[in-house]
Design a protein around this ligand. Structure first.
Ligand code: ADP
Ligand code: MN
Length: 177
């Protein structure tokens, strides 16, 4: 994997991907193993009241992206954060030393959504989001290739493997002085 170019003592990692691909599960496991700070952006925005009202079609709050970025600025400067979110275009590029895109086979993902009891609209829209690789495109448009890593997240074994891969990368990370 390519090395970083930031001077943070510990790296910041963004874990992104279609809803249901395992971002929160992966981020929480990685944060625990490496003693990093896990920021689930949706949850953080709700707790800190950084939202813009309720989105009926997706049964979730709209987050206020500017307020979220401002609120995260100091934390991100310190480094050592695993940020978990299903969009990535509103974070400043320099926030992250590594951007991880989780990918799940669309039929596996469809089954996960069914188990979660999603509405038909949410089910269709999130499955399409994976089929059309929306997050991967968004990442490619916003971050340099050499910090992007695409990881498969079809099974629990994949999650364990991905946590191991990222743990090893973080362990080998050293700031540019
Ligand atoms: P996200 O944060 O991307 O929406 P979550 O981590 O909340 O995804 O996972 C959503 C659901 O799918 C959870 O029930 C989780 O256990 C399951 N899941 C996620 N990734 C995997 C995987 N790679 N293998 C099996 N189950 C998974
Ligand atoms: Mn999540």
């Amino acid at each position: 994997m390519a090395q970083n170019s930031s001077c943070r003592k510990r790296p910041n990692i963004l874990i992104t991907g279609t809803p249901g691909t395992g971002k929160t599960t992966t981020a929480a496991a990685l944060a625990e193993v490496m003693e990093l700070h896990h920021i689930n952006v949706g949850g953080f925005a709700n707790e800190e009241n950084l939202t813009n009202g309720w989105d009926d079609t997706f049964d979730s709050y709209y987050i206020n992206e500017d307020l979220v970025c401002n609120a995260l600025e100091n934390l991100m400067e310190d480094g050592g954060n695993i940020v978990d979110h299903h969009a990535c275009d509103f974070f400043p590029e320099c926030c992250f030393d590594r951007v991880v895109v989780l990918q799940t086979d669309s039929s596996v993902l469809y089954d996960r959504f069914t188990k979660r009891g999603y509405s038909d609209h949410k089910l269709a829209s999130n499955t399409e989001c994976q089929i059309f690789q929306v997050l991967l495109e968004e990442v490619k448009e916003n971050y340099p290739d050499d910090i992007v890593i695409i990881l498969r997240s079809d099974s629990l074994e994949d999650i364990a493997k991905n946590v191991e891969t990222l743990t090893s990368w973080i362990s080998n990370w050293s700031p540019v002085v």
